[in-house]
Ligand binder design. Structure first.
Ligand SMILES: Cc1cc2nc3c(=O)[nH]c(=O)nc-3n(C[C@H](O)[C@H](O)[C@H](O)COP(=O)(O)OP(=O)(O)OC[C@H]3O[C@@H](n4cnc5c(N)ncnc54)[C@H](O)[C@@H]3O)c2cc1C
Length: 434
């Protein structure tokens, strides 16, 4: 073991700032790093939601699985996100119907419904706490978006049989938000939000209990397919029949081809001190993600803090920068909170694709990858891991639906795309303001 991850001064080396989740998750086990060579049926690289869910599903079905993570489980996006489950895919149903046709769009919606259900069922079955709270609001930040959002509600109710979603006019939305900053929008009672790091910790414990061999502080240095899959680390090799690379936005050095399709974008969150029982903020406890392209997302935690995410940045950011911007964004919506104390400010890599749908491929026979969940990975990355595991187990080929999605490479290759990304996202952030 080379790094003491139980040290209170340990910080994720790949994501800025100490998260409120890290301060509120309670004691967590540290898993050993790999020492020596091993053989297994399946090797999983990456211990976020996707990799851990795959490992759990495989191990509980009797497969010999080894999982490695370069850092501590959850140090990537999975332990540090907004915790909002959402409904459907990140791309809206109208957009999807145009892109893949009505029946595939409906199948993708149904898959996301399974993802939601299985996310909560897994926690129940494995007996770990998630701080789940139901409800999600999507308020429009411009009146001109109202008509299209209302049509989406009607469409979902009529053609998808989804009646957990309703339209709220501006007045009702203001009552649910505790703010009149927005216009009307939707309320979805068929979804909710969780404490993502508790989920990561629960998954890792369940996977280990089921027999998966799981290792932290063990970066994969190379992956070769030579009949079998051989993963090299600095302290040993893993040889497996099949493999899953679940690195989300961190493929750059290991897998240049995947990195062309999946691009990391940083998103940031701040959390306040507890707001007190009489706070008018979000009296119904719903999570919020607004209509901006650079989405603002916020919710209250189980102990009544406002956890507010919004800023996206395209260079390096310090927790100080994050705090200043998040505080300004909170004050725009909740002016009474302009001076509220922020106890934590942190960020992470969201990882997006061009069509904002996941990139799932069998790269070489037996070697799979999944990533680019585009800000919609809480339920979908977990589910994708399970579906790839079920494919390995020969139980289901449902993963094909994601595998067949067309996900073009970003223009500009892996070098030029970063300046292009900055340009494009600055443009979209400007459109959000008009
Ligand atoms: C600030 C923020 C807010 C978000 N909010 C939401 C939200 O509210 N709702 C939602 O649905 N989604 C949200 N997301 C997105 C969501 O968190 C991700 O889609 C999801 O967690 C991806 O999971 P993953 O397992 O694919 O990747 P990750 O959790 O990023 O895991 C990848 C793992 O790979 C490991 N790794 C990297 N390199 C190596 C290597 N060489 N060898 C071994 N391991 C390696 C990393 O340490 C990491 O643990 C948010 C993301 C961020 C950053």
């Amino acid at each position: 073991m080379t790094v003491d991850m139980t040290d209170p001064n340990y910080r994720s080396p790949i994501s800025p700032g100490l998260s409120w989740y890290e301060s509120s998750c309670g004691p967590r086990p540290q898993y050993p790093s790999l020492d020596g060579d091993s053989n297994c049926d399946v090797v999983v690289i990456g211990g976020g939601f996707c990799g851990l869910s795959a490992a759990l599903e495989l191990a509980r079905n009797g497969t010999d699985v080894v999982l490695i993570d370069a850092h501590r489980f959850g140090d990537g996006a999975s332990g540090r996100n907004g915790g909002q489950m959402g409904s459907g895919q990140r791309a809206e149903v109208g957009e999807l119907e145009k892109a893949v046709g009505n029946s595939r769009a409906k199948a993708l919606w149904d898959m996301a419904e399974d993802a939601k259900r299985e996310l909560l069922d897994t926690a129940k079955r494995e007996k770990f706490d998630t701080d789940y709270q139901p409800g999600q609001l999507t308020p429009m930040h411009r009146a001109r978006f109202e008509a299209e959002a209302r049509e989406e509600v009607d469409h979902l109710r009529t053609h998808y049989g989804y009646d957990a979603i309703e339209w709220l006019d501006r007045e009702k939305m203001a009552a649910h938000l505790g703010s009149n900053h927005y216009f009307g929008g939707t309320r979805d009672t068929g979804t909710g939000h969780i404490h993502p790091l508790k989920y990561v910790i629960g998954l890792a414990k369940a996977a280990a209990r089921a027999g998966a061999r799981i290792f932290e502080d063990t970066p994969a240095l190379s992956i070769k397919v030579e009949g079998k899959i051989v993963v090299t680390t600095s302290t040993g090799t893993i040889t497996a029949q099949r493999g899953l690379v679940a690195l989300n936005g961190h493929h750059n050095d290991l897998m240049r081809d995947v990195a062309r399709h999946v691009m990391p974008i940083q998103s940031f969150i701040g959390s306040t001190v507890p707001l007190g029982d009489n706070s008018p903020v979000l009296p119904g406890g719903e999570a919020v993600d607004d209509s901006r392209f650079v989405v603002r997302y916020f919710r209250k935690t189980a102990d009544n803090r406002l956890l507010f995410g919004g800023r996206e940045a395209y260079g390096r950011s310090t927790p100080g920068d994050i705090e200043r911007t998040i505080r300004r964004q909170i004050a725009e919506i909740y002016p009474d909170l302009a001076k509220v104390e922020l106890t934590h400010a942190w960020g992470g890599n969201v990882a997006i694709t061009m069509p904002r749908l996941p990139y799932v491929r069998e790269l070489k026979p037996g070697l799979w990858t999944a990533g680019g969940f585009s800000g919609h990975g809480v339920m979908l990355s977990n589910h994708t891991g399970r579906l790839i595991a079920r494919r390995f187990l020969g139980q289901s080929d449902q993963i094909k639906l994601l595998q067949e999605l067309k996900i073009p490479a970003f223009p500009g290759g892996t070098l030029l795309r970063h300046p292009l990304k900055t340009l494009a996202l600055t443009w979209y952030a400007m459109l959000d303001r008009i």
